[in-house]
Design a protein around this ligand. Structure first.
Ligand code: ATP
Length: 334
């Protein structure tokens, strides 16, 4: 049977479909009218299917089903299809949809990471307990927009009063550098692979650092963390064993809390590394992240696992191909 790999025309669509084509699949981009002409530019996309809005995907599912379409989710799925897309999407879907509820709830995600023995920033349930620099994060904020940093509990009280938001978490602010570890777990080989490492280019926190200190003070600006791009990184080799240990532990724990399959496929552990070279994990993303777009030709790290250029998009397609070869497709689709 022939399968077509498809995704929404956004986020990491180019990488996913290029990888699928490299592995020999037919490819389909599902676009809105504005995006159509851009995605038509690329020869590795066999078809750009245009629908009025992304939500109209739900109306054409029967058609796509007949074509044996396999949907690869990416970081814009929840934004475009709604956070109940896991129930509404009836097509073959790569990845475990059950992971979404654990990932999407900050406190459940924390429980998962704690069970995995991961080092996390301290969480303050009561603002009265704030005893150091903290970062205040809102629910559903995308890319850190609107977060604020507070020096102490009085500073927190002053800042939270100005905004009318009830749902937030208060987290210890870790002084260090952000490092994003892009992994892939294959339930077929039962191996974790590091496919790339990046950091984000965030406005305005990265822009503020370009100003001399006295201007920063005068401007009285709060740092914000809207992602505009990503940089590749190589990390000290001595940090790699710990990176792999964290990833393995996250996977093993997921198999216990979301049995039987847990998390598999691409995921990203988002960390801050301190001066003591310790990883603190801010969160995990349980799908392909936009930072993988850096490595459409593979990275230093994917090169240690594969003798071909291996992007995360291509790795997904290869996994599907291998599953097809051994009759194990049901194991990786949901
Ligand atoms: P996304 O869902 O897009 O990954 P988000 O809205 O959940 O983003 P976070 O990734 O949690 O946001 O945080 C955004 C940015 O804020 C990070 O890239 C990092 O620079 C900074 N940040 C978050 N938590 C901490 C922390 N505990 N200490 C220091 N900096 C932090």
């Amino acid at each position: 049977m022939k399968y077509t790999i498809a995704t929404l025309a956004s986020h990491s669509c180019l990488q996913i479909l290029k990888g699928a084509k490299d592995e020999g699949f037919s490819t389909l981009a599902i676009a809105t009218p504005k995006k159509n002409s851009f995605y038509q530019r690329f020869s590795f996309i066999d078809e750009v299917l245009t629908i009025p809005t992304y939500q109209d995907l739900y109306n054409i599912q029967n058609n796509l089903k007949k074509r044996n379409v396999i949907i690869i989710p990416h970081g814009s799925f929840v934004a475009y299809l709604g956070n109940d897309y896991d129930n509404k999407l009836k097509l073959l879907h790569y990845g475990n949809k059950k992971v979404l509820s654990w990932e999407g709830d900050r406190l459940k995600q924390r429980e998962w990471l704690e069970k995995a023995g991961i080092r996390l920033p301290k969480l303050y349930k009561n603002p009265e307990d704030i005893d150091r620099l903290v970062i205040v994060k809102f629910y559903g904020a995308l890319g850190g927009s609107g977060y604020f940093v507070a020096k102490n509990k009085n500073d927190f009280a002053k800042k939270i009063e100005k905004i009318n938001i009830k749902e937030f978490i208060i987290q210890e602010y870790i002084i260090g550098i952000p490092i994003y570890l892009q992994f892939f777990y294959s339930p077929l080989s039962k191996q974790v692979e590091l496919l790339g490492v990046d950091r984000r280019y965030e406005t305005n926190v990265d822009g503020l650092g370009r100003l001399p200190h006295k201007f920063q003070e005068d401007l009285d600006l709060e740092p914000s963390y809207t992602v505009a791009g990503n940089f590749p990184i190589v990390i000290r080799e001595s940090l790699l064993p710990e990176a792999y240990n964290m990833a393995e532990s996250v996977i093993k724990t997921s198999q216990k809390i979301i049995p039987p399959r847990g998390l598999y496929g691409p995921f990203c552990i988002e960390t801050i590394v301190t001066n003591d070279l310790e990883f603190y994990v801010m969160e995990i993303s349980c799908r392909i992240v936009a930072g993988t777009n850096l490595f459409s030709q593979g990275s230093t790290y994917s090169d240690y696992h594969f003798d071909k250029p291996m992007s995360t998009g291509r790795r997904i397609a290869r996994e599907i191909k291998e599953a097809l070869e051994i009759g194990g497709l049901a194991e990786i689709l949901n």
